[in-house]
Every structure is written in C-alpha cells, then in structure tokens.
Design a protein around this ligand. Structure first.
Ligand SMILES: [Zn+2]
Length: 517
C-alpha cells in the first residue's frame, strides 16, 4: 500500500473526529446503522407534504407520499469544495456530486414493454455538505428530458448537458439541512456504452420486448436522476407503473401493488442503504415466486413466465448458500433476498441489491452460474461498499473467494487446491488487484488475484484470525463505504502484525506470487 495515501486518510479522519461525533441511528427497517453524525443543530428534516401532486407529467397512478427515513446526512469526506461538482475517482470520473449527500430516493417510473419512452418523477431527499451555502449542485441523468425541478416547493432553474443536471435552487442550500428535490422527466432512455466490457450499461431491452437495467458502474443515471457514485448510498423506494398483464420488479420488498384501471403500480422499498449501481428495474412478463428462509428472510424470485421448471431449479440451493455465508461472515444483512432472471442472452450476472440479476443463458438445468458469487456480494459490495471504484477488488476479490469457500464446503474439496487451480481464474492477469488500471476494465486481477490475496492472508495469519478479520470487516462496516486502507488497518489490528509489505506485494505489485507456507 502507498504510505502517503494512508497518511492522508489518517489526517482526514482526525479532522473529521474534531468536527463530528459518531452515533448509532436506526433506519426504518430496524437495521442499526453506524453513521458519522453532525452535532450541529442546523440539521433539518425534509418537509413532507401530503395530498395531490400538481404534476401533469408524472406517471399514473400516483402512489401516496411517504415520509423519508429519519436519517441525517453523512459527510463521509468532510466538507466538500463548493467548486468541485464530481466525486474525485481515479477509475470512473465525472460522476456524483461530493457537495451533496443523498439520503433517500423515491422514484416513480411508468414503462411499457414494446414502448421506447418512459415517464418519471423523482423525489430526492438530500443535504448540502459544504461549509458555505450551496448555490448549485448536480445530479447525473443521461439523455432524458427534464420538465421541471422543484426544491422544497420552490421552482429551481437548471441546465441539462452531457449527462449532468445542474440545479440552482431559489435559495442556496444551507449546510447539513435535508431538502426535497423533485425532478419530473420523460423521454427515451439511452444506455451508456461501456467499452471495457463491450456492453451497454443502464436501461435496455430484453429479448421479449420488456425492459431491464444493468447498471454497474454508472447505468442508473440512464433512467433516473441520481448522484451516480457508490460513495453516496441512500435508501430507496421504486414505484413502477406497468400495463395490465406485466410486472414491475425492483430491489427490496414489494410493499404495495396499486391497481388503477389498466395499469398497476409495483412499489418496492429498499430500506437499507444502497449504492446507485445496485438499483434494479425490470418490466415484463414475470412470475414472482415467494419462499421464506429458515432465518425468516423473505425470498422473492422473479422468473420470466416462460422459464422452465428445470432452469428455475437452479435456485433451489439458494437458502443453503445463504446459511453457509451467514455462518462464515455474520447474519445476512437484509430481511429480503431472492433473484431475477432476465429473458436475454448476454451472459451476465450482477449483484443488484437483495435480488441479483442473471441473464437466461447463465442457467443450466439445476444450476446457476455464479449464484454463490452474487449472493456473497450482499455482504461484500452491497453492505460494505467501496468508496472509490479503485477499491473494486474489495467487492470482486471477496465474492470470488467466497464462491470458492462455498465450493470447498459443499463438495469437500481442499480450499488451497481450488485457489491454486488455474481453471478458477486464480491467476488471470499481471495487473495489481488494487489499481485503477485493473478496476477500470473489471480485469481478472480484481477477481482472481484479489481472491488469491485473501487466501494468502488466511495462510499468513491463520484460519481463526482470518475468520475474525472478515467477520469484523462486515460487522463494523455494514451499511458504510470503505477503502482498501480501512481493510489493511483492520487486518493489522486484528492480527497484531505489520502487514504493509504483505499487502504491498499481494494488492499493489501485480504479477504471480506463491502462496505462503
Ligand atoms: Zn462480482
């Protein structure tokens, strides 16, 4: 690891310590969230208005307004520079806005299979985290046409160019006070093209004429105005208005299903903080198959109505995997789980929160490719989320390694043998797992070499200490955003060892390294 980088992190943490105290809050879902909370008495609550919307363009029917969660802004990075309108990120730039902290998204979208255009209304609870009153801020939104922007019931002016919506409220935003931003928009979503994966990112058509999203790293801004960077997690409510005979699917729990004439609004709530790239939307012909796991977790699987029983059977071992990871890492971090299968053949899977996404061609009779990998992301990536994309190995290295742990457990195979097996992509790249060059391409280094680094750590510190490190990492960091330096610090504290040279070799040097022992 780069020492000067750690030093900077330490200095920032010390400064933050002088400004803020840590307190424990409780979100609506009852999940305890440890957040850094301002002591300032200026923290406000959003003004929540009931009654009818004055909008003429928002989707019908209107779902009833709901009070956003009683959380306050989390100024992770201290007070931001009011002249910087994107999150500084070495790997993917031009996203998010470090001057604001989004607390909650309430998104209403009307979409029809076979129809290119969508209509949306986004109610976003956010706060300025700048020291001085904030005259303007940005949200990311690609291609769609914005009709109006209202901030705390007052019309705001805005510019919308190059995927960035710059909003100027009638009054500058005071520091750390939550305001309600309502954006009404419509148009034809245009997916971003992600060259490294040679694939489209964001809102796209499935093979049956329906719609789905696949949004890592920056696709959610193709269908809704968001601060599209993982450093800014929020709670979500996604309401999808769809025509009769079709189903709208999103993250979390289906809390309402409102029939209105020939349309239905499917209202899903994710009351645990979620990064934007993990948001899921699908509209089409789906069966919702419900089960309850032994620990009470509610499972909802969204299967294309045409999907055969032997392909659905690949998800039969879902609960066993959930129970295994719970025993290894700590309790599953949500009350809801499941999966969605998209009727398309893109050879894709993504850990969309609580409901990972699989394309149909990743299913074999009785088997789902990467099922354990995607479930493991609920702990590593979704609950414990990288603050910068350069830390992507914290997602993919952990999920790849957890998948191997599941294979070793379920087949009785030696874990070291699996890690050393070339077929498991344990050594697929010369790049360093912790590097912008690897993260920007989702290179095999962040997966295989990241997993190999974790197994090397296990061999270096021993099984018991490794297990304690991983369990503490999840227990102490669930709901937060983290850095590689945070993980190194925890591993050193838990093992009582100086691991600087170890992590420098395994995470930053690149190339092949023999496992310890
Ligand atoms: Zn993954």
């Amino acid at each position: 690891m780069n020492r000067s980088r750690w030093l900077i992190v330490g200095v920032v943490a010390a400064l933050l310590g002088a400004l803020f105290v840590v307190s424990t809050l409780t979100a609506r879902g009852g999940d305890p969230l440890t957040e850094t909370t301002a002591t300032s008495s200026t923290i406000g609550r959003p003004d929540v208005e009931g009654g009818e919307s004055t909008s003429t363009t928002s989707p019908e029917p209107e779902a009833p307004d709901e009070e956003p969660p009683t959380t306050v802004p989390v100024p992770d990075d201290g007070f931001a520079d009011p002249s910087v309108d994107d999150v500084p990120d070495e790997t993917f730039s031009g996203l998010g806005d470090p001057r604001v902290d989004v607390v909650h998204y309430d998104l209403q979208v009307a979409a029809d299979p076979g129809v290119d255009t969508i209509t949306g209304a986004a109610t976003i609870s956010l706060a300025s985290v700048t020291e001085v009153p904030l005259a303007e801020f940005t949200l990311d939104l690609v291609a769609l046409d914005v009709a109006t922007v209202v901030v705390d019931d007052e019309e705001a002016t805005f510019d919308h160019t190059d995927g960035e919506l710059t909003i100027r409220p009638a009054e500058p935003l005071p520091s750390l006070e939550v305001v309600e931003v309502v954006v009404e928009y419509a148009g034809t979503p245009r997916p971003r093209y992600f060259e490294a994966l040679a694939s489209e990112i964001g809102w796209q058509r499935d093979d049956d004429g329906g719609w789905f999203t696949l949004s890592e790293p920056h696709g959610t801004s193709t269908w809704a105005p968001v601060s599209d960077h993982p450093a800014d997690k929020a709670t979500w409510r996604i309401s999808l208005s769809t025509p009769a005979g079709t189903t709208g699917v999103a993250n979390g729990r289906l809390v309402e299903q409102i029939e209105d004439g020939d349309r239905t609004s499917w209202v899903w709530e994710q009351d645990r903080p979620m990064a934007t790239y993990l948001a899921l939307v699908a509209v089409g012909h789906y069966d919702l198959v419900r089960r309850t796991a032994a620990d009470g977790t509610e499972l909802v699987f969204a299967f294309p109505t045409s999907l055969s029983g032997d392909l659905r059977a690949g998800f039969d071992e879902f609960e066993q995997i959930l129970a295994f990871f719970t025993s290894e890492f700590g309790p599953y971090p949500d009350d809801d789980a499941g999966a969605i299968v998209i009727p398309t053949n893109l050879a894709l899977a993504l850990e969309t929160q609580t409901r990972p996404t699989f394309s149909r061609d990743w299913l074999r009779p009785g088997e789902v490719t990467a099922l354990a990998h995607e479930i493991a992301h609920e702990w590593f990536g979704n609950a414990v989320t990288p603050e910068e994309w350069t830390d992507l190995w914290l997602n993919e290295g952990f999920a790849t390694y957890a998948d191997l742990m599941w294979i070793a457990h379920s087949t009785g195979t030696d874990l070291t043998r699996l890690v050393d097996d070339d077929e498991n992509r344990m050594f697929g790249s010369d790049l360093a797992p912790y590097s912008a060059s690897a993260a920007s391409q989702f290179d095999a280094a962040v997966y295989g070499n990241g997993a190999r680094a974790l197994h090397a750590l296990r061999l270096e510190v021993g099984d018991d200490t490794f297990r304690s490190i991983v369990r503490r990492w999840f227990a102490e960091r669930s709901g937060q955003v983290v850095t590689t330096a945070d993980f190194v610090e925890l591993a050193e504290a838990e093992s009582g060892r100086d691991l600087e040279a170890f992590f420098q070799q395994w995470l930053e040097a690149g190339g092949y390294h023999e496992l310890p022992g």
